[in-house]
Design a binder for this molecule. Structure first.
Ligand code: SF4
Ligand code: SF4
Length: 441
């Protein structure tokens, strides 16, 4: 028998690989298979590659790395698979094998290291926001479009309009509701979320308080490790997961609330990530059990705050890490339907990823662009007044291709309704958006 090409640290398990019966039901929902029609760029093909590597019949360099790198990690295949194949666990075992054992080209390595030296750190992101503001004021993107290589061009194009006051603002550590406390919660404020989408965190705190929650937002929190976990940087993910658990487990709360789909999905996975660590397994299990997406938590509470009318046709985009990875689809829709006047519409090809996928749109800009354009076309097809989605990565990615339709996080729309305010274009993540619909009492 040939030795496995995987090292001994949590390789994709033979048991999980054997669950795949090669039926192909997952193929139509896989974005990369949709783009290229290549078997090895489908879930079934990638599982086959893992199977061959596990048997030692292929190495990890070359085709294996190329096709696993091209996977978005969107988990549409997990939703589609009738045999319950846990592709998420297979991918999360395969990617660290590549990071440990495959020698990447110097620019690829440098670029990936650069992403991980910047995005998980709020202070560095704030410094980048200052540079970004100057960049936007001087309209350097036009020059950049011409001279930068594709990856850097894609990265600069994703930059949202920078608002320095928001980027440097801090959230109150504790907010108490006016009436009796129905739930005590702690809020993960996030990295990119807190610097570039601070208003979403403000709206989250306000909505939670209006619905009777006491909200604690610890200042000592850092990155939750989601980017690292999804990109195969296991040590990065472990370090940040342990720090996040340490910060939040001290707080006397019923739930840990998160308004970023990718972060919520990782925090629910801590129990698997740390399952073999005797010191952390139980702590991770207890932590993960408390994690709720903001829309999950709101759907658990009977609405108490008055909602004011917002007459708008609202398209809801399921972020993959909320819909496919966490199975949270009904709750955001239920929460949005509590707003009088909102007409909720689903999108064609709703299961298809928008191309954001963590760091994917930076490291694989061409397929990400095709998927972004396709998503934007599907959104335009339903002609909404607003697009709402619960992930900053999706807001940035779709915003790049969707001129003229304001985009919000669902909690911002609910906040506007509770406040009796108009969901203004300034709340949107884009520049140059068309007028948002009006909110009436
Ligand atoms: S992953 Fe599931 S749906 Fe896809 S080929 Fe395997 S068994 Fe079939
Ligand atoms: S995670 Fe998404 S891109 Fe990757 S194989 Fe599954 S469906 Fe395809």
């Amino acid at each position: 028998m040939t030795d496995s090409s995987f090292d001994a640290v949590h390789p994709p398990s033979r048991e999980l690989l054997d669950d795949c019966v090669h039926c192909g039901f997952c193929l139509p929902t896989c974005p990369t298979y949709q783009l290229w029609g290549e078997e090895m760029d489908s879930p079934r093909g990638r599982i086959y590659l893992m199977d061959l590597a596990e048997r030692g019949e292929i190495g990890l360099e070359g085709a294996f790395t190329e096709h696993i790198d091209a996977c978005l990690g969107c988990m549409a295949c997990v939703t589609a698979c009738p045999s319950g194949v846990q592709y998420n666990r297979l991918l999360e075992a395969a990617r660290p094998q590549i990071e440990r054992n495959v020698h990447r080209k110097p620019f690829d390595r440098l670029f990936r290291n650069g992403i991980f030296a910047l995005f998980p750190y709020r202070r560095r992101l704030r410094a980048a926001a200052i540079a970004g503001l100057a960049y936007q004021k001087l309209r350097l993107s036009r020059v950049a479009e011409r001279i930068l290589p594709p990856r850097l061009r894609a990265t600069q194009a994703l930059m949202p309009p920078v608002r320095l006051r928001s980027a440097f603002a801090t959230l109150p550590r504790r907010i108490r509701p006016e009436g009796p406390v129905r739930r005590r919660v702690a809020l993960l404020s996030g990295c990119v979320q807190d610097v570039f989408f601070h208003e979403v965190n403000v709206a989250t705190q306000r909505v939670l308080a209006a619905e009777g929650c006491e909200v604690l937002t610890p200042r000592s929190q850092g990155c939750c490790g989601a980017l690292g976990l999804h990109a195969g940087r296991e040590q990065h993910a472990l370090k940040h997961a342990k720090r996040t658990i340490e910060t939040f487990e001290k707080l006397p709360v019923d739930n840990i609330v998160v308004n970023v789909a990718g972060c919520g999905s990782s925090m629910k996975e801590y129990r698997d990530l740390l399952a073999d660590d005797p010191e952390w397994a139980e702590r991770a299990r207890a932590f993960s059990a408390k994690v709720r997406d903001i829309t999950e938590l709101l759907a658990e509470l009977t609405p108490q705050a008055t909602r004011h009318r917002i007459d708008a046709k609202v398209a809801y985009h399921d972020a993959c890490h909320l819909g496919h990875a966490q199975g949270v689809r009904a709750q955001p829709r239920a929460v949005l339907r509590t707003i009088p006047g909102v007409e909720l519409v689903d999108l064609p090809e709703a299961e298809l990823c928008c191309g954001s996928a963590g760091i994917y749109n930076m490291v694989q800009p061409e397929p990400a662009e095709e998927l972004g354009q396709r998503k934007a076309g599907n959104i335009r097809a339903v002609n909404p007044d607003l697009l709402v989605t619960a992930n900053p990565g999706c807001l940035l990615q779709i915003g790049r291709y969707l001129d003229g339709i304001p985009m919000l996080h669902p909690v911002q729309l609910l906040d506007a309704s509770i406040q009796g305010r108009q969901p203004t274009t300034s709340m949107s993540t884009q520049v140059g958006t068309r007028e948002a619909p009006s909110s009436r009492r």
